[in-house]
Design a protein around this ligand. Structure first.
Ligand code: GDP
Ligand code: MG
Length: 599
Protein backbone atom coordinates (compact mmCIF):
# COMPACT_ATOMS: atom_id res chain seq x y z
CA UNK A 1 0.00 0.00 0.00
CA UNK A 2 1.33 3.44 -0.95
CA UNK A 3 2.19 5.36 2.17
CA UNK A 4 -0.09 8.24 1.14
CA UNK A 5 -3.07 5.92 1.46
CA UNK A 6 -2.34 4.75 4.99
CA UNK A 7 -4.09 6.23 8.03
CA UNK A 8 -3.03 5.21 11.52
CA UNK A 9 -5.44 6.30 14.19
CA UNK A 10 -7.05 5.43 17.46
CA UNK A 11 -10.34 6.23 19.08
CA UNK A 12 -10.33 8.03 22.37
CA UNK A 13 -13.27 8.65 24.65
CA UNK A 14 -14.42 8.74 28.20
CA UNK A 15 -15.61 5.34 29.36
CA UNK A 16 -19.06 4.42 28.01
CA UNK A 17 -19.13 7.19 25.43
CA UNK A 18 -19.23 4.59 22.67
CA UNK A 19 -15.69 3.82 21.58
CA UNK A 20 -16.19 0.06 21.28
CA UNK A 21 -19.56 0.42 19.60
CA UNK A 22 -18.08 2.81 17.06
CA UNK A 23 -15.20 0.39 16.40
CA UNK A 24 -17.75 -2.35 15.73
CA UNK A 25 -19.61 -0.16 13.21
CA UNK A 26 -16.36 0.76 11.47
CA UNK A 27 -15.45 -2.92 11.18
CA UNK A 28 -18.86 -3.61 9.67
CA UNK A 29 -18.79 -0.70 7.25
CA UNK A 30 -15.37 -1.73 5.96
CA UNK A 31 -16.58 -5.35 5.76
CA UNK A 32 -13.67 -6.45 7.88
CA UNK A 33 -15.64 -9.19 9.58
CA UNK A 34 -18.22 -11.34 7.93
CA UNK A 35 -21.65 -11.22 9.46
CA UNK A 36 -21.45 -14.69 10.92
CA UNK A 37 -18.54 -13.83 13.17
CA UNK A 38 -19.75 -10.34 14.04
CA UNK A 39 -20.58 -9.98 17.67
CA UNK A 40 -20.67 -6.89 19.82
CA UNK A 41 -17.40 -5.29 20.91
CA UNK A 42 -15.33 -7.53 18.77
CA UNK A 43 -12.10 -5.87 19.78
CA UNK A 44 -12.71 -6.65 23.44
CA UNK A 45 -11.84 -10.35 23.46
CA UNK A 46 -11.79 -11.11 27.15
CA UNK A 47 -15.03 -11.90 28.95
CA UNK A 48 -14.13 -9.40 31.62
CA UNK A 49 -13.63 -6.70 29.01
CA UNK A 50 -17.07 -7.30 27.58
CA UNK A 51 -18.80 -7.47 30.92
CA UNK A 52 -17.17 -4.42 32.37
CA UNK A 53 -17.28 -2.66 29.05
CA UNK A 54 -13.65 -1.68 29.20
CA UNK A 55 -10.68 -2.46 27.03
CA UNK A 56 -7.82 -3.88 29.04
CA UNK A 57 -5.25 -4.54 26.35
CA UNK A 58 -4.51 -2.45 23.29
CA UNK A 59 -5.67 -4.01 20.05
CA UNK A 60 -5.01 -3.10 16.49
CA UNK A 61 -6.72 -4.01 13.30
CA UNK A 62 -6.00 -3.24 9.67
CA UNK A 63 -9.01 -2.34 7.54
CA UNK A 64 -9.41 -1.48 3.89
CA UNK A 65 -11.70 1.38 3.14
CA UNK A 66 -12.74 2.54 -0.31
CA UNK A 67 -13.44 6.23 0.07
CA UNK A 68 -15.80 8.49 -1.83
CA UNK A 69 -12.78 9.63 -3.91
CA UNK A 70 -12.65 6.09 -5.31
CA UNK A 71 -9.28 5.27 -3.74
CA UNK A 72 -8.71 2.43 -1.30
CA UNK A 73 -7.09 3.30 2.00
CA UNK A 74 -5.41 1.15 4.59
CA UNK A 75 -6.77 2.07 8.01
CA UNK A 76 -4.92 0.91 11.07
CA UNK A 77 -7.28 1.28 13.98
CA UNK A 78 -5.65 0.95 17.37
CA UNK A 79 -8.00 0.44 20.30
CA UNK A 80 -6.50 1.78 23.50
CA UNK A 81 -7.19 0.67 27.06
CA UNK A 82 -9.69 2.90 28.78
CA UNK A 83 -8.59 3.16 32.39
CA UNK A 84 -6.12 5.28 34.33
CA UNK A 85 -4.25 2.15 35.48
CA UNK A 86 -3.11 1.66 31.90
CA UNK A 87 -2.17 5.24 31.07
CA UNK A 88 1.33 4.29 29.91
CA UNK A 89 0.01 1.67 27.46
CA UNK A 90 -2.40 4.29 26.14
CA UNK A 91 0.44 6.73 25.61
CA UNK A 92 2.41 4.14 23.58
CA UNK A 93 -0.63 3.35 21.45
CA UNK A 94 -1.10 7.04 20.78
CA UNK A 95 2.54 7.31 19.79
CA UNK A 96 1.86 4.73 17.06
CA UNK A 97 -0.77 6.96 15.42
CA UNK A 98 -1.00 10.19 13.43
CA UNK A 99 -4.54 10.97 14.51
CA UNK A 100 -7.35 10.18 16.87
CA UNK A 101 -11.11 10.13 16.67
CA UNK A 102 -12.40 11.81 19.80
CA UNK A 103 -15.79 10.39 20.71
CA UNK A 104 -17.96 12.57 22.91
CA UNK A 105 -21.30 11.33 24.17
CA UNK A 106 -23.80 14.01 23.13
CA UNK A 107 -25.95 13.25 26.17
CA UNK A 108 -23.06 13.66 28.64
CA UNK A 109 -20.53 16.10 27.29
CA UNK A 110 -16.87 16.37 28.19
CA UNK A 111 -15.75 14.17 31.10
CA UNK A 112 -12.53 13.32 32.92
CA UNK A 113 -11.13 10.84 30.45
CA UNK A 114 -12.26 12.93 27.51
CA UNK A 115 -9.93 15.64 28.72
CA UNK A 116 -7.15 13.42 29.96
CA UNK A 117 -7.05 11.48 26.68
CA UNK A 118 -7.28 14.64 24.62
CA UNK A 119 -4.30 16.14 26.42
CA UNK A 120 -2.37 12.95 25.91
CA UNK A 121 -3.25 12.91 22.21
CA UNK A 122 -2.18 16.54 21.85
CA UNK A 123 1.11 15.77 23.59
CA UNK A 124 1.76 13.26 20.81
CA UNK A 125 0.82 15.86 18.18
CA UNK A 126 -2.12 13.80 16.98
CA UNK A 127 -4.67 15.33 14.67
CA UNK A 128 -8.00 15.17 16.49
CA UNK A 129 -11.28 14.37 14.75
CA UNK A 130 -14.10 15.09 17.18
CA UNK A 131 -17.42 13.32 16.75
CA UNK A 132 -20.64 13.59 18.72
CA UNK A 133 -22.16 10.21 19.50
CA UNK A 134 -25.51 8.83 20.67
CA UNK A 135 -27.58 11.38 18.77
CA UNK A 136 -30.35 8.78 18.50
CA UNK A 137 -31.11 9.36 22.18
CA UNK A 138 -33.77 11.95 23.01
CA UNK A 139 -31.54 13.41 25.72
CA UNK A 140 -28.76 14.19 23.24
CA UNK A 141 -27.91 17.89 22.99
CA UNK A 142 -25.18 17.89 20.33
CA UNK A 143 -25.14 21.67 19.78
CA UNK A 144 -24.38 22.42 23.39
CA UNK A 145 -21.88 19.60 23.65
CA UNK A 146 -20.14 20.84 20.48
CA UNK A 147 -19.92 24.26 22.12
CA UNK A 148 -18.55 22.66 25.28
CA UNK A 149 -15.86 20.83 23.30
CA UNK A 150 -14.86 24.14 21.69
CA UNK A 151 -14.82 25.97 25.01
CA UNK A 152 -13.16 23.34 27.15
CA UNK A 153 -10.83 21.67 24.69
CA UNK A 154 -10.45 24.50 22.19
CA UNK A 155 -11.18 22.19 19.29
CA UNK A 156 -13.46 23.36 16.46
CA UNK A 157 -16.44 21.06 16.70
CA UNK A 158 -19.45 22.74 15.08
CA UNK A 159 -19.17 20.73 11.87
CA UNK A 160 -18.17 17.51 13.67
CA UNK A 161 -20.01 14.37 12.48
CA UNK A 162 -23.07 13.69 14.60
CA UNK A 163 -23.48 9.99 14.74
CA UNK A 164 -25.16 7.09 16.36
CA UNK A 165 -22.62 4.34 16.78
CA UNK A 166 -25.52 2.15 17.81
CA UNK A 167 -27.64 2.51 14.68
CA UNK A 168 -24.75 3.33 12.33
CA UNK A 169 -26.21 6.73 11.39
CA UNK A 170 -23.51 8.98 9.83
CA UNK A 171 -20.65 6.65 10.69
CA UNK A 172 -19.62 6.89 7.01
CA UNK A 173 -18.86 10.58 7.63
CA UNK A 174 -16.41 9.54 10.30
CA UNK A 175 -14.49 7.37 7.83
CA UNK A 176 -14.34 10.24 5.32
CA UNK A 177 -12.96 12.52 8.04
CA UNK A 178 -10.26 9.98 8.79
CA UNK A 179 -9.19 10.16 5.14
CA UNK A 180 -9.38 13.95 4.86
CA UNK A 181 -8.27 15.13 8.31
CA UNK A 182 -5.70 12.64 9.54
CA UNK A 183 -2.31 12.93 7.83
CA UNK A 184 -0.64 10.00 6.10
CA UNK A 185 2.46 8.67 7.88
CA UNK A 186 5.95 9.73 6.81
CA UNK A 187 9.29 7.92 7.18
CA UNK A 188 12.03 6.51 4.99
CA UNK A 189 11.68 2.81 4.09
CA UNK A 190 15.43 2.63 3.31
CA UNK A 191 16.60 4.03 6.65
CA UNK A 192 17.73 1.74 9.50
CA UNK A 193 14.74 0.04 11.13
CA UNK A 194 12.96 1.91 13.89
CA UNK A 195 9.69 0.35 15.06
CA UNK A 196 7.66 0.93 18.20
CA UNK A 197 6.22 -1.96 20.24
CA UNK A 198 2.80 -0.90 21.44
CA UNK A 199 1.48 -4.25 22.62
CA UNK A 200 2.19 -7.93 22.60
CA UNK A 201 0.21 -11.07 23.20
CA UNK A 202 1.28 -14.60 23.90
CA UNK A 203 0.20 -17.32 21.51
CA UNK A 204 0.98 -20.93 22.31
CA UNK A 205 1.82 -21.76 18.67
CA UNK A 206 3.66 -18.70 17.42
CA UNK A 207 5.14 -17.49 20.70
CA UNK A 208 4.78 -13.80 21.45
CA UNK A 209 3.01 -11.79 18.75
CA UNK A 210 4.42 -8.29 18.85
CA UNK A 211 2.34 -5.36 17.63
CA UNK A 212 4.50 -2.71 16.05
CA UNK A 213 4.37 0.59 14.27
CA UNK A 214 7.24 1.01 11.82
CA UNK A 215 8.58 4.58 11.78
CA UNK A 216 11.71 4.10 9.64
CA UNK A 217 13.07 1.31 7.51
CA UNK A 218 11.71 -2.06 6.47
CA UNK A 219 11.45 -5.38 8.28
CA UNK A 220 10.94 -8.84 6.80
CA UNK A 221 11.13 -12.51 7.77
CA UNK A 222 14.70 -13.75 8.20
CA UNK A 223 15.97 -10.43 9.60
CA UNK A 224 17.69 -10.50 12.97
CA UNK A 225 15.90 -7.96 15.10
CA UNK A 226 17.07 -6.36 18.31
CA UNK A 227 14.98 -4.92 21.15
CA UNK A 228 16.83 -1.77 22.15
CA UNK A 229 15.79 -1.55 25.83
CA UNK A 230 16.23 -5.21 26.74
CA UNK A 231 19.00 -5.98 24.23
CA UNK A 232 17.33 -9.26 23.27
CA UNK A 233 17.84 -10.47 19.68
CA UNK A 234 15.59 -12.73 17.62
CA UNK A 235 15.33 -14.10 14.11
CA UNK A 236 12.15 -12.87 12.54
CA UNK A 237 9.74 -15.61 11.50
CA UNK A 238 6.70 -13.77 10.22
CA UNK A 239 5.35 -10.27 9.69
CA UNK A 240 1.82 -9.32 8.73
CA UNK A 241 -1.34 -7.39 9.41
CA UNK A 242 -3.95 -7.96 12.06
CA UNK A 243 -7.41 -8.60 10.73
CA UNK A 244 -10.39 -8.31 13.04
CA UNK A 245 -10.45 -12.05 13.63
CA UNK A 246 -7.24 -13.44 12.13
CA UNK A 247 -3.66 -12.61 11.19
CA UNK A 248 -2.63 -12.15 7.56
CA UNK A 249 1.08 -12.66 6.90
CA UNK A 250 2.79 -10.44 4.32
CA UNK A 251 6.27 -10.18 2.82
CA UNK A 252 7.44 -7.08 4.68
CA UNK A 253 6.41 -4.09 6.81
CA UNK A 254 7.64 -0.66 5.82
CA UNK A 255 7.91 2.79 7.34
CA UNK A 256 4.40 4.07 8.08
CA UNK A 257 2.80 0.68 8.55
CA UNK A 258 1.25 -0.98 11.56
CA UNK A 259 1.46 -4.75 11.83
CA UNK A 260 2.74 -7.67 13.84
CA UNK A 261 5.89 -9.73 13.97
CA UNK A 262 6.66 -13.15 15.41
CA UNK A 263 10.11 -14.51 16.17
CA UNK A 264 9.70 -17.51 18.47
CA UNK A 265 9.79 -15.14 21.44
CA UNK A 266 9.01 -17.05 24.62
CA UNK A 267 8.04 -14.28 27.00
CA UNK A 268 6.38 -10.88 26.86
CA UNK A 269 9.09 -9.67 29.26
CA UNK A 270 11.32 -9.46 26.16
CA UNK A 271 8.81 -7.34 24.30
CA UNK A 272 8.29 -4.34 26.52
CA UNK A 273 5.62 -1.92 25.47
CA UNK A 274 7.36 1.25 24.33
CA UNK A 275 10.61 -0.46 23.34
CA UNK A 276 12.16 0.17 19.92
CA UNK A 277 12.79 -2.72 17.50
CA UNK A 278 15.74 -2.33 15.16
CA UNK A 279 17.94 -4.59 13.03
CA UNK A 280 20.91 -6.21 14.76
CA UNK A 281 23.31 -5.70 11.84
CA UNK A 282 22.12 -2.22 10.88
CA UNK A 283 20.78 -0.61 14.04
CA UNK A 284 19.25 2.83 14.27
CA UNK A 285 21.36 5.28 16.24
CA UNK A 286 18.61 6.40 18.53
CA UNK A 287 15.66 4.66 20.13
CA UNK A 288 12.18 6.16 19.92
CA UNK A 289 11.43 8.48 22.84
CA UNK A 290 9.04 7.76 25.67
CA UNK A 291 10.06 4.29 26.79
CA UNK A 292 9.63 3.66 30.45
CA UNK A 293 9.65 0.51 32.44
CA UNK A 294 6.26 0.24 34.07
CA UNK A 295 6.36 -0.33 37.79
CA UNK A 296 3.67 -1.84 39.94
CA UNK A 297 2.04 0.67 42.30
CA UNK A 298 -0.27 -1.53 44.35
CA UNK A 299 0.60 -4.80 46.06
CA UNK A 300 -1.26 -7.54 47.84
CA UNK A 301 -0.85 -11.13 48.92
CA UNK A 302 -2.78 -13.76 47.00
CA UNK A 303 -3.31 -17.13 48.67
CA UNK A 304 -5.25 -20.21 47.67
CA UNK A 305 -8.25 -20.76 49.95
CA UNK A 306 -7.29 -24.41 49.85
CA UNK A 307 -3.57 -24.66 50.67
CA UNK A 308 -3.20 -27.74 48.46
CA UNK A 309 -3.96 -25.57 45.41
CA UNK A 310 -0.75 -23.59 45.77
CA UNK A 311 0.88 -25.17 42.67
CA UNK A 312 -2.25 -24.40 40.64
CA UNK A 313 -2.11 -20.77 41.73
CA UNK A 314 1.54 -20.55 40.73
CA UNK A 315 0.75 -22.05 37.37
CA UNK A 316 -2.15 -19.64 36.83
CA UNK A 317 -0.08 -16.58 37.71
CA UNK A 318 2.65 -17.70 35.34
CA UNK A 319 0.10 -18.08 32.57
CA UNK A 320 -1.35 -14.64 33.21
CA UNK A 321 2.11 -13.14 33.26
CA UNK A 322 2.75 -14.54 29.79
CA UNK A 323 0.41 -11.85 28.55
CA UNK A 324 0.98 -9.20 31.13
CA UNK A 325 4.45 -7.82 31.63
CA UNK A 326 3.22 -5.44 34.34
CA UNK A 327 2.04 -8.19 36.69
CA UNK A 328 4.73 -9.15 39.19
CA UNK A 329 4.66 -11.88 41.80
CA UNK A 330 6.99 -13.54 44.24
CA UNK A 331 6.67 -16.27 46.78
CA UNK A 332 5.38 -15.20 50.17
CA UNK A 333 4.57 -17.23 53.23
CA UNK A 334 2.15 -16.18 55.88
CA UNK A 335 1.75 -17.82 59.27
CA UNK A 336 -1.98 -17.47 58.84
CA UNK A 337 -2.44 -18.34 55.18
CA UNK A 338 0.49 -20.59 54.32
CA UNK A 339 2.11 -20.41 50.89
CA UNK A 340 1.06 -17.70 48.50
CA UNK A 341 2.37 -14.83 46.42
CA UNK A 342 3.06 -11.17 46.89
CA UNK A 343 1.72 -9.64 43.70
CA UNK A 344 2.25 -6.20 42.21
CA UNK A 345 -0.23 -4.35 40.02
CA UNK A 346 -0.45 -1.10 38.11
CA UNK A 347 -3.49 -0.08 40.11
CA UNK A 348 -6.61 -1.33 41.76
CA UNK A 349 -8.49 -2.15 38.59
CA UNK A 350 -5.55 -4.19 37.38
CA UNK A 351 -5.58 -6.05 40.68
CA UNK A 352 -9.30 -6.73 40.43
CA UNK A 353 -8.95 -7.99 36.89
CA UNK A 354 -6.20 -10.43 37.82
CA UNK A 355 -8.02 -11.79 40.88
CA UNK A 356 -11.21 -12.12 38.88
CA UNK A 357 -9.42 -14.00 36.13
CA UNK A 358 -7.79 -16.33 38.65
CA UNK A 359 -11.21 -17.20 39.98
CA UNK A 360 -13.02 -17.45 36.67
CA UNK A 361 -10.56 -18.68 34.11
CA UNK A 362 -8.54 -20.86 36.45
CA UNK A 363 -11.34 -21.82 38.81
CA UNK A 364 -9.36 -21.01 41.95
CA UNK A 365 -10.74 -19.88 45.29
CA UNK A 366 -8.35 -17.24 46.49
CA UNK A 367 -7.86 -14.97 49.44
CA UNK A 368 -6.35 -11.56 48.86
CA UNK A 369 -4.79 -9.55 51.66
CA UNK A 370 -5.16 -5.79 52.13
CA UNK A 371 -3.65 -3.95 49.18
CA UNK A 372 -0.70 -1.76 50.02
CA UNK A 373 1.31 0.86 48.24
CA UNK A 374 5.11 1.00 48.37
CA UNK A 375 6.48 3.09 51.22
CA UNK A 376 9.96 4.56 51.37
CA UNK A 377 11.68 4.26 54.72
CA UNK A 378 15.01 5.81 55.67
CA UNK A 379 16.72 3.83 58.40
CA UNK A 380 18.99 5.02 61.23
CA UNK A 381 22.01 3.58 59.39
CA UNK A 382 21.19 5.76 56.36
CA UNK A 383 19.92 2.98 54.11
CA UNK A 384 16.63 3.37 52.26
CA UNK A 385 14.10 0.55 52.17
CA UNK A 386 11.06 0.23 49.93
CA UNK A 387 8.33 -1.62 51.80
CA UNK A 388 5.13 -2.87 50.19
CA UNK A 389 4.41 -5.66 52.62
CA UNK A 390 3.35 -4.99 56.22
CA UNK A 391 5.10 -8.17 57.32
CA UNK A 392 8.48 -6.70 56.35
CA UNK A 393 7.84 -3.42 58.16
CA UNK A 394 10.91 -2.93 60.37
CA UNK A 395 11.15 -2.11 64.05
CA UNK A 396 10.00 1.55 64.24
CA UNK A 397 12.94 2.50 66.46
CA UNK A 398 15.22 1.90 63.45
CA UNK A 399 13.33 4.26 61.16
CA UNK A 400 14.22 7.95 60.91
CA UNK A 401 12.00 9.00 58.04
CA UNK A 402 8.91 7.57 56.37
CA UNK A 403 7.50 8.61 53.02
CA UNK A 404 4.46 7.57 51.04
CA UNK A 405 3.53 7.99 47.36
CA UNK A 406 1.29 10.92 46.44
CA UNK A 407 -0.70 11.16 43.25
CA UNK A 408 -2.08 14.11 41.32
CA UNK A 409 -5.82 13.68 41.06
CA UNK A 410 -8.21 15.58 38.82
CA UNK A 411 -11.88 15.27 39.67
CA UNK A 412 -14.28 16.52 37.05
CA UNK A 413 -17.70 17.20 38.48
CA UNK A 414 -20.84 19.26 38.11
CA UNK A 415 -20.57 22.06 40.68
CA UNK A 416 -23.46 20.65 42.78
CA UNK A 417 -21.16 17.96 44.11
CA UNK A 418 -18.07 20.03 44.78
CA UNK A 419 -18.76 20.22 48.53
CA UNK A 420 -19.31 16.50 48.93
CA UNK A 421 -16.21 15.65 46.94
CA UNK A 422 -14.02 18.14 48.78
CA UNK A 423 -15.17 16.54 52.03
CA UNK A 424 -14.17 13.16 50.71
CA UNK A 425 -10.73 14.38 49.62
CA UNK A 426 -10.27 16.03 52.99
CA UNK A 427 -11.01 12.73 54.72
CA UNK A 428 -8.48 11.05 52.49
CA UNK A 429 -5.81 13.58 53.55
CA UNK A 430 -5.96 15.38 50.24
CA UNK A 431 -4.29 18.73 49.65
CA UNK A 432 -6.24 21.03 47.33
CA UNK A 433 -3.98 22.37 44.63
CA UNK A 434 -6.39 24.15 42.37
CA UNK A 435 -10.04 24.46 41.48
CA UNK A 436 -11.08 25.56 38.02
CA UNK A 437 -14.43 26.17 36.42
CA UNK A 438 -14.44 24.48 33.00
CA UNK A 439 -17.71 26.17 32.10
CA UNK A 440 -20.79 27.41 33.95
CA UNK A 441 -21.44 24.13 35.69
CA UNK A 442 -18.37 21.94 35.51
CA UNK A 443 -15.47 22.04 37.89
CA UNK A 444 -11.99 20.55 37.76
CA UNK A 445 -10.85 19.83 41.31
CA UNK A 446 -7.12 19.27 41.44
CA UNK A 447 -5.80 17.49 44.54
CA UNK A 448 -2.63 15.86 45.73
CA UNK A 449 -3.71 12.67 47.52
CA UNK A 450 -1.84 9.81 49.15
CA UNK A 451 -2.10 6.81 46.83
CA UNK A 452 -2.62 4.58 49.86
CA UNK A 453 -5.87 6.39 50.65
CA UNK A 454 -7.39 5.99 47.23
CA UNK A 455 -6.47 2.42 46.41
CA UNK A 456 -9.46 0.85 48.11
CA UNK A 457 -12.72 2.44 47.27
CA UNK A 458 -12.12 5.94 46.01
CA UNK A 459 -13.84 5.36 42.71
CA UNK A 460 -17.02 4.05 44.36
CA UNK A 461 -16.99 6.86 46.89
CA UNK A 462 -16.75 9.49 44.16
CA UNK A 463 -19.54 7.91 42.19
CA UNK A 464 -21.86 7.66 45.18
CA UNK A 465 -21.19 11.21 46.33
CA UNK A 466 -21.84 12.63 42.89
CA UNK A 467 -24.65 10.31 41.82
CA UNK A 468 -22.32 8.95 39.21
CA UNK A 469 -21.63 12.30 37.56
CA UNK A 470 -18.08 12.93 38.67
CA UNK A 471 -15.12 11.21 37.15
CA UNK A 472 -11.44 11.23 37.95
CA UNK A 473 -8.01 10.64 36.69
CA UNK A 474 -4.68 10.33 38.52
CA UNK A 475 -0.98 9.98 38.02
CA UNK A 476 1.96 9.41 40.30
CA UNK A 477 3.50 12.63 41.56
CA UNK A 478 6.11 12.15 44.28
CA UNK A 479 7.00 10.68 47.65
CA UNK A 480 6.10 12.84 50.64
CA UNK A 481 7.05 12.51 54.27
CA UNK A 482 4.42 10.83 56.39
CA UNK A 483 3.79 9.40 59.84
CA UNK A 484 3.00 5.71 59.51
CA UNK A 485 2.44 2.81 61.85
CA UNK A 486 1.89 -0.87 61.43
CA UNK A 487 -1.52 -1.98 62.60
CA UNK A 488 -1.86 -5.62 63.68
CA UNK A 489 -4.90 -7.76 64.40
CA UNK A 490 -5.21 -10.59 66.86
CA UNK A 491 -7.82 -13.32 66.88
CA UNK A 492 -8.12 -15.22 70.10
CA UNK A 493 -4.85 -13.65 71.16
CA UNK A 494 -2.93 -14.79 68.07
CA UNK A 495 -1.67 -12.17 65.61
CA UNK A 496 -2.89 -12.77 62.06
CA UNK A 497 -0.12 -11.53 59.80
CA UNK A 498 -2.33 -11.50 56.71
CA UNK A 499 -4.51 -8.80 58.26
CA UNK A 500 -1.68 -6.41 59.17
CA UNK A 501 -1.55 -3.09 57.41
CA UNK A 502 0.56 0.05 57.29
CA UNK A 503 -1.59 3.09 58.04
CA UNK A 504 -1.34 6.80 58.73
CA UNK A 505 -0.88 7.18 62.49
CA UNK A 506 -3.79 9.56 63.07
CA UNK A 507 -6.16 7.12 61.38
CA UNK A 508 -4.92 4.05 63.18
CA UNK A 509 -7.37 4.12 66.10
CA UNK A 510 -10.47 4.66 64.01
CA UNK A 511 -9.37 2.10 61.47
CA UNK A 512 -8.48 -0.48 64.10
CA UNK A 513 -11.88 -0.09 65.68
CA UNK A 514 -13.78 -0.33 62.40
CA UNK A 515 -11.92 -3.39 61.27
CA UNK A 516 -12.46 -5.15 64.61
CA UNK A 517 -16.18 -4.54 64.15
CA UNK A 518 -16.08 -5.88 60.61
CA UNK A 519 -14.20 -8.96 61.72
CA UNK A 520 -16.64 -9.51 64.56
CA UNK A 521 -19.52 -9.46 62.08
CA UNK A 522 -17.81 -11.75 59.61
CA UNK A 523 -16.31 -14.42 61.81
CA UNK A 524 -18.68 -17.36 62.29
CA UNK A 525 -19.58 -17.94 65.90
CA UNK A 526 -18.20 -20.99 67.60
CA UNK A 527 -18.84 -22.78 70.90
CA UNK A 528 -16.43 -20.44 72.63
CA UNK A 529 -15.94 -16.67 72.65
CA UNK A 530 -13.37 -15.17 70.30
CA UNK A 531 -11.69 -11.88 71.19
CA UNK A 532 -10.80 -9.70 68.19
CA UNK A 533 -8.14 -7.08 68.86
CA UNK A 534 -6.24 -4.37 67.05
CA UNK A 535 -2.73 -3.49 68.19
CA UNK A 536 0.11 -1.13 67.43
CA UNK A 537 3.49 -2.51 68.44
CA UNK A 538 2.01 -4.83 71.08
CA UNK A 539 -0.31 -2.19 72.52
CA UNK A 540 -4.00 -3.10 72.16
CA UNK A 541 -6.01 -0.19 70.79
CA UNK A 542 -9.39 -1.80 70.09
CA UNK A 543 -11.30 -4.89 71.04
CA UNK A 544 -14.47 -6.69 70.01
CA UNK A 545 -15.84 -10.11 70.84
CA UNK A 546 -17.42 -12.77 68.70
CA UNK A 547 -20.00 -14.26 71.02
CA UNK A 548 -20.24 -17.98 71.55
CA UNK A 549 -23.00 -19.77 69.72
CA UNK A 550 -23.36 -22.51 67.19
CA UNK A 551 -24.87 -21.44 63.96
CA UNK A 552 -27.64 -23.80 63.04
CA UNK A 553 -28.23 -23.55 59.34
CA UNK A 554 -31.40 -25.61 59.62
CA UNK A 555 -32.94 -23.33 62.23
CA UNK A 556 -35.11 -21.53 59.74
CA UNK A 557 -36.08 -24.70 57.95
CA UNK A 558 -38.93 -26.20 59.95
CA UNK A 559 -40.56 -29.19 58.40
CA UNK A 560 -39.90 -28.78 54.73
CA UNK A 561 -38.57 -31.45 52.53
CA UNK A 562 -35.34 -33.27 53.03
CA UNK A 563 -33.75 -32.13 49.77
CA UNK A 564 -33.88 -28.52 50.88
CA UNK A 565 -32.15 -29.41 54.14
CA UNK A 566 -29.55 -31.31 52.23
CA UNK A 567 -28.97 -28.30 50.04
CA UNK A 568 -28.41 -26.04 53.02
CA UNK A 569 -25.99 -28.48 54.57
CA UNK A 570 -24.16 -28.79 51.25
CA UNK A 571 -23.95 -25.04 51.09
CA UNK A 572 -22.52 -24.90 54.58
CA UNK A 573 -19.94 -27.48 53.57
CA UNK A 574 -19.01 -25.41 50.53
CA UNK A 575 -18.65 -22.37 52.72
CA UNK A 576 -16.38 -24.25 55.09
CA UNK A 577 -14.01 -25.12 52.30
CA UNK A 578 -13.49 -21.44 51.68
CA UNK A 579 -12.59 -20.79 55.28
CA UNK A 580 -9.16 -20.55 56.69
CA UNK A 581 -8.43 -22.15 60.00
CA UNK A 582 -6.39 -19.52 61.80
CA UNK A 583 -5.27 -21.12 65.00
CA UNK A 584 -8.56 -21.95 66.63
CA UNK A 585 -10.56 -19.50 64.52
CA UNK A 586 -12.12 -19.91 61.09
CA UNK A 587 -11.94 -16.86 58.90
CA UNK A 588 -14.03 -16.91 55.72
CA UNK A 589 -12.55 -15.20 52.69
CA UNK A 590 -15.42 -12.71 52.88
CA UNK A 591 -13.90 -11.43 56.11
CA UNK A 592 -10.78 -10.40 54.23
CA UNK A 593 -12.84 -8.65 51.59
CA UNK A 594 -15.00 -6.93 54.19
CA UNK A 595 -11.92 -5.51 55.84
CA UNK A 596 -10.95 -3.86 52.55
CA UNK A 597 -14.32 -2.31 51.98
CA UNK A 598 -14.23 0.31 54.72
CA UNK A 599 -16.04 3.43 53.71
P1 GDP B 1 -16.82 2.52 25.49
O1 GDP B 1 -16.68 2.34 26.96
O2 GDP B 1 -16.44 3.91 25.07
O3 GDP B 1 -16.15 1.46 24.66
O4 GDP B 1 -18.40 2.46 25.20
P2 GDP B 1 -19.28 1.32 24.55
O5 GDP B 1 -19.09 1.29 23.09
O6 GDP B 1 -19.08 0.06 25.30
O7 GDP B 1 -20.72 1.94 24.81
C1 GDP B 1 -21.23 2.14 26.12
C2 GDP B 1 -22.75 1.98 26.10
O8 GDP B 1 -23.34 2.98 25.28
C3 GDP B 1 -23.20 0.65 25.52
O9 GDP B 1 -24.31 0.22 26.26
C4 GDP B 1 -23.60 1.00 24.09
O10 GDP B 1 -24.58 0.13 23.60
C5 GDP B 1 -24.13 2.40 24.25
N1 GDP B 1 -23.96 3.19 23.03
C6 GDP B 1 -22.83 3.39 22.32
N2 GDP B 1 -23.07 4.17 21.25
C7 GDP B 1 -24.38 4.48 21.29
C8 GDP B 1 -25.26 5.28 20.45
O11 GDP B 1 -24.87 5.86 19.43
N3 GDP B 1 -26.55 5.35 20.84
C9 GDP B 1 -27.04 4.73 21.94
N4 GDP B 1 -28.32 4.86 22.23
N5 GDP B 1 -26.25 3.99 22.74
C10 GDP B 1 -24.96 3.86 22.41
MG1 MG C 1 -14.97 -0.18 25.19
Amino acid sequence: MARDNIRNFCIIAHIDHGKSTLSDRILELTKSVDERTMEDQILDNMDIERERGITIKARAVTLNYTAKDGKTYEFNLIDTPGHVDFAYEVSRSLAACEGAILVVDATQGVEAQTLANTYMALEHDLELVPILNKIDLPSAHPDEVAQEVEDVIGLPCMDAPRVSAKTGLNVDQVLERVVSDIPAPTGDPDAPLKALIFDSIYDSYKGVIVYIRVFEGTVKPGDTIKMMATGAEFTLVEVGHMGATSLTPCSQLQAGEVGYLTASIKTVQDTRVGDTVTLADRPTSEALPGYRQVKPMVFCGIYPADGAKYPDLKDALEKLQLNDASLTFELETSAALGFGFRCGFLGLLHMEIITERLEREFDLDIITTTPSVRYRLTMTDGTVEMIDNPSSYPDPSNIVKQEEPFVDVHLYTPNDYVGALMDLCQQKRGVLIDMKYLDDVRVDLHYALPLGEIVYDFFDAIKSRSRGYASYDYEFKEYRESDLVKLDFLLNGDPVDALSMIVFRDNAYAKGRRICEKLRDNIPRTLFEIPVQAAIGGKIIARETVKAMRKDVLAKCYGGDISRKKKLLEKQKEGKKKMRQLGSVSLPSEAFTAVLKLD
